[in-house]
Design a protein around this ligand. Sequence first.
Ligand code: AKB
Length: 316
Amino acid sequence: MIEKILVLGSNGQIGTELVTALRNTYGENNVVACDIRRPDYDIKNSGPFEFVNVLEKDILNNIFQKYKPTQVYLLAALLSATGEQNPKLAWDLNMNGLLNILDLAITYKTAKVYWPSSIAVFGPNSPKVNTPQYCVMDPNTVYGISKLAGERWCEYYNQKFGLDVRSIRYPGLISWKAAPGGGTTDYAIHIFHDALTKGSYASFLNAETELPMMYMDDAIRGTIQLMDAESSKISIRSSYNFGGVSFTPEVLATEIKKHIPDFNLTYKDNDPRQEIANSWPRSIDDSFAQQDWGWKPEFDLSKMTVDMLKNLQNKS
Ligand code: AKB
């Protein structure tokens, strides 16, 4: 069967890299990038692109009608920090965007749907260290609430309608190709840019804030690995815990200093993102992902730091 894949939210931090990876595997014309913004690349000389707002169901319907996708990746979302600035929009986009796609996937018999969840589904009363797949979940951001509700909807559509929907709870994703979009973990990307351009960085999270993170190469590989797994192997239809590497701003700065010895890290006070970070896990137990579909990250802190600095240097 020839796959036809829609990626909604294709210009974001994940979409930018996922579209390339999928086009390398499935062919340029079989992966349709969709976003509300024009992509940076030349549309005419790349694969297909459609302007789509996931809240406009009629237009979405036309896209499903036109391409009859076998796989859909829904990445469009408002993240934790920007979500708090506009809670109603975050809820609307994150929730109704998902419901629109789940409904259309049923109507058009889409074989597989991918939707990302996040460590933001956990909250102040969730265990902080090696946070298990199943535990207290009391998110206190609109983003986290929408992701937790979305997980329940994914499982519901799987159980009630047999939809093959798959999901991962992403940690903070570190990448150099596209800018991050309004998350609490974004400091871990800005720090690399500022280390190279200014030799210093003022972190909005404090020195001890340990959070689960992952290099984008691992995240893309894991996402495609989950989507390629036999359906019978997927025991979780809400969303999988997904582990990479955990570190604090201080530990990351120490690693960067191995390459830029004069790098200086300072800290800003009173940033609202600190409270969000305090409510999230420090590390993740992803044994279900390991057992069900063989998940194993390849990038530790040192390998990630080398790759980030090399690529950002080459880019400039
Ligand atoms: C955010 O910080 O909001 C995201 C996430 C962890 O989902 N990077």
